[in-house]
Every structure is written in structure tokens, then in C-alpha cells.
Design a binder for this molecule. Structure first.
Ligand SMILES: Nc1ncnc2c1ncn2[C@@H]1O[C@H](COP(=O)(O)OP(=O)(O)OP(=O)(O)O)[C@@H](O)[C@H]1O
Ligand SMILES: O=P(O)(O)OC[C@H]1O[C@H](OP(=O)(O)OP(=O)(O)O)[C@H](O)[C@@H]1O
Ligand SMILES: [Mg+2]
Length: 389
């Protein structure tokens, strides 16, 4: 278990005080004004010693939109999570021994990686950056699991004083913002929001903390702008808000993240990470592709291969596999036609079938692919070098 220590620092780099009218439950504001402040800040230090246990722990989202997609992805990689009861927070992946799965809220997955209570986790990149707060112990093992796509963005109203404001620069230069009347931003991202504003030279700004339905804050007169996740953009549109040039704070999707300390020190973590990474990479490469098999008449395997390679959509991952199909004719065995096998990107499927027909292909069979294993994944080599191994 981690030990929490509470210390008091003064003066703080950011000030926390209880004046926000926005949230009835969380009553403090994060101020980004770079002024010396007399307020007291509570700085929580987490004990980062590795906890004493033999099992390797993987944290997965217990709820929210990431939860089912994460379980589905693992299942597609033949790493099904076995949970005896949906209210039970611990589960297992029978395929990998000595691995415990713990269901936690996404932010707690990150916090527990930092505190050493988890070794691996799958969450959105936004959550890693917000709750990891640049902690060097967190390592992104796979940065693109291909779901949970969204971006964190600053948004302002389309109307009123913001009507002609279309960039962060224009927003920052508005004469309305002064030390007495700063730009008021509502957000749940109280680390990334202020950091972004500071890095972009927006000086007169205060933040109020809110957990949901942030898009209502400007129309309610509680905030001038918001910093929130956007995926389809529908919520912004429906609430008369707009994104502005230079206002995207980060792009996010689901990632596999690990604790550096665990990877180096805890027995079994590196091996399990390797297996998960291999399966994830091989599966994600395969989901975008179909296997296409077709028959083609020809005088030799080389001649058939040349015809296939002459078509731009038929080159496959490493060229076509061409195999003779033997038949018995007049008492002797001969190959009059050939079977070709190629991998084709899903979006190019119909074009590929058309091109196959054009060069004499027939009996075209399409099957889904489960895995494409390459020799070694670049992400694994990158991880080892990152760990200095
Ligand atoms: N439109 C979206 N809005 C919010 N998150 C999204 C969106 N699309 C993808 N995500 C990803 O899903 C993650 C989880 O979001 P979700 O809102 O489901 O859970 P939560 O934030 O933990 O729960 P809650 O919003 O109820 O507090 C986000 O951190 C982000 O990585
Ligand atoms: O661009 P869109 O596709 O419209 O999605 C963006 C919205 O989705 C999220 O809210 P969520 O659904 O998690 O509700 P919440 O506000 O209660 O967190 C996010 O906080 C935005 O409000
Ligand atoms: Mg949400």
C-alpha cells in the first residue's frame, strides 16, 4: 500500500482558493496569474517504493466509454478478461499467469501506476497526461490503441464579444482581460489547462473546476471559455461554442502505459508487457486488412506474380504468395492456374477485387485477419532503449 504524506508549502506556484461559484461540491479555483499569493496549498507526496507483492497488476477502466472498448480489444487479442461478478474489481486474464486485472476509474489507474500499486494500465492519453503530471516513471508502451479518439481543446462562445475571435492569439489579446477581470475558464483538466495557458502566454486567466456538462458554463455566465474533451464536436455545436486556431491542447486515444520502476524491478512485468505489446501490435495491424485469395490462369508463378504486381492495390504486405494449383490432365499432373494470396487494406478492398478481375482473377475469397506478426515490433525496441536495456 502507498503511504500518503501531506505537506504545506508557501507561497505556491498556483494558488487555490475557495471562491468559485461553479461547482457546489468542489469549491476552489486554480489561478494562473503569476502573482505572489498568500494562500496555502496542499501538496500531496506519494510514497513511490514498490509495494511488496508477487503478482503483476494491470489497471483497466471500471466505467465510462473506455471500459467496454478496452475489454473488447483484449478479447480480440485472445486476452479475454475473466470477471466472476461485474461488481468485483479484481479479475484475471487466464491466458497470462501471475497477472491480476484491477478495475479502477481511469484517473485512479494513472494515480496507482505512479504510486506503484499498479504496474500496467490502459487509459486515454489525456488521463495519463492530466493525472501523471509529467511523472518520469510513466512510460507509454503503445501510444495508439485505436479507440477513445478525442482531443482536449479550448472552446469559446460563437456569440457576443467572441464573435470575431478565431484564434488563441486573438483571445489572449482581447482588452477585456485584466488582473481584476481575468478570462474565466471552466475545466476538469486543472493541470493541463493552466499549463497550456501559461505556455501560450495567456496571463489573465482563472480556472474553475467542474466535472461534467461544462459546455453549459458560458451560457450560464459562470465562465467565458471551457477546456474539455471533444470528439464529434456535437456538444460544442449544440451549446453555441467553437474551437479556435491554436486551441487544441492535445490529441488523445487509448494507450498502454506502464510504470518504469515496475518494468525494471518487478519480476514478470517486462515479459507480460512484451506479450501484450506483441499481441496488440499484431492485432491492430491485422484489423485494417483482409486476406484475399484468388485463382488465376497463367504460364508460370513468375508470370502470374508480375501481373499481380502490375496493379497498385495488389502488392500486399510483402508481395503476393503465388502457389500452383495442380490438376490431373490426360494422365499427367500439371499446373494450369495458380492461387494467389495477398493482404489488402480494408478501404481498398473493392478496388482490389476490380483489379484482380481485370488481370484474370476468379473465385475471389475474402477472410478477416486476426494477427500480423512482424519480425520484432519497433515499439518493443523503443521501450527497451527507453529503459536503458
Ligand atoms: N467524447 C469524449 N468525451 C470524453 N472522453 C472521451 C470522449 N471520447 C473519448 N474519450 C476518452 O474516454 C475517456 C473516459 O471518458 P468518460 O467520460 O467515459 O469517463 P470519465 O471521464 O472517467 O467519466 P466521467 O466523465 O463520467 O467522469 C476520456 O478520458 C478520453 O480519453
Ligand atoms: O464532441 P462530442 O462527441 O460531443 O463529445 C464531447 C463531450 O463528451 C464528454 O462528455 P461526457 O459524455 O463524458 O459527459 P460528461 O460531461 O458528463 O463527462 C466531454 O466532456 C464532452 O462534453
Ligand atoms: Mg466524461
Amino acid at each position: 500500500m502507498s503511504v500518503m504524506q501531506t505537506t504545506f508549502l508557501q507561497p505556491p506556484p498556483l494558488s487555490y482558493f475557495s471562491t468559485s461559484p461553479f461547482s457546489p461540491t468542489v469549491k476552489f479555483t486554480v489561478s494562473c496569474r503569476l502573482v505572489a499569493s498568500p494562500e496555502t496549498v496542499v501538496n500531496v507526496e506519494v510514497d513511490k517504493r514498490p509495494s511488496e507483492r508477487n503478482e503483476v497488476r494491470l489497471g483497466l477502466p471500471s466505467k465510462g466509454r473506455m471500459a467496454t472498448d478496452t475489454l473488447d480489444l483484449l478479447k480480440d487479442c485472445q486476452l479475454s478478461v475473466r470477471q466472476t461478478n461485474p461488481r468485483q474489481y479484481v479479475a484475471e486474464i487466464p491466458q497470462i499467469s501471475n497477472l491480476e486485472v484491477w478495475f479502477q476509474r481511469p484517473k485512479d489507474v494513472v494515480r496507482k501506476l505512479v504510486s506503484g500499486d499498479l504496474d500496467l494500465g490502459i487509459v486515454g492519453m489525456d488521463t495519463v497526461l492530466e493525472y501523471g503530471q509529467g511523472d518520469g516513471d510513466l512510460i507509454i508502451v503503445h501510444d495508439a490503441l485505436d479507440y477513445g479518439d478525442c482531443h482536449l481543446s479550448l472552446a469559446i462562445p460563437k456569440y457576443g464579444i467572441f464573435e470575431n475571435i478565431n484564434s488563441l492569439d486573438e483571445l489572449a489579446k482581447m482588452p477585456q482581460w485584466t488582473p481584476e477581470r481575468p478570462l474565466r475558464v471552466a475545466t476538469g483538466f486543472t493541470y493541463l489547462g493552466p499549463k497550456f495557458m501559461k505556455e501560450n502566454g495567456v496571463n489573465y486567466v482563472t480556472f474553475s473546476v467542474a466535472d461534467g456538462a461544462l459546455e453549459a458554463a458560458p451560457a450560464m455566465g459562470i465562465a467565458d471559455a471551457i477546456v474539455d474533451l471533444v470528439s464529434s464536436g456535437t456538444t460544442l455545436k449544440e451549446n453555441n461554442l467553437k474551437e479556435i486556431e491554436g486551441g487544441v491542447i492535445l490529441e488523445s486515444q487509448a494507450v498502454l502505459v506502464a510504470s518504469r520502476k515496475s518494468l525494471i524491478q518487478r519480476k514478470g512485468v517486462l515479459d507480460i508487457t512484451h506479450e501484450m505489446l506483441e499481441r496488440l501490435e499484431a492485432h491492430l495491424k491485422a484489423v485494417g486488412q483482409f486476406t484475399v485469395t484468388a485463382n488465376m490462369r497463367g504460364s508460370s508463378a513468375e508470370e502470374v506474380a508480375e501481373r499481380v504486381l502490375s496493379q497498385p492495390s495488389l502488392s500486399g504486405l510483402q508481395g503476393p504468395t503465388v502457389s500452383p494449383v495442380f490438376s490431373n490432365r490426360n494422365g499427367s499432373t500439371a499446373a494450369d492456374y495458380y492461387a494467389i494470396v495477398i493482404c489488402v487494406p480494408k478501404q481498398a478492398l473493392y478496388k482490389s477485387v476490380q483489379q484482380l478481375r481485370m488481370i484474370g482473377g476468379s473465385g475471389v475469397l475474402i477472410s478477416p485477419l486476426t494477427y500480423i506478426f512482424d519480425e520484432e515490433t519497433p515499439r518493443w525496441r523503443q521501450l527497451l532503449s527507453n529503459l536503458g536495456l
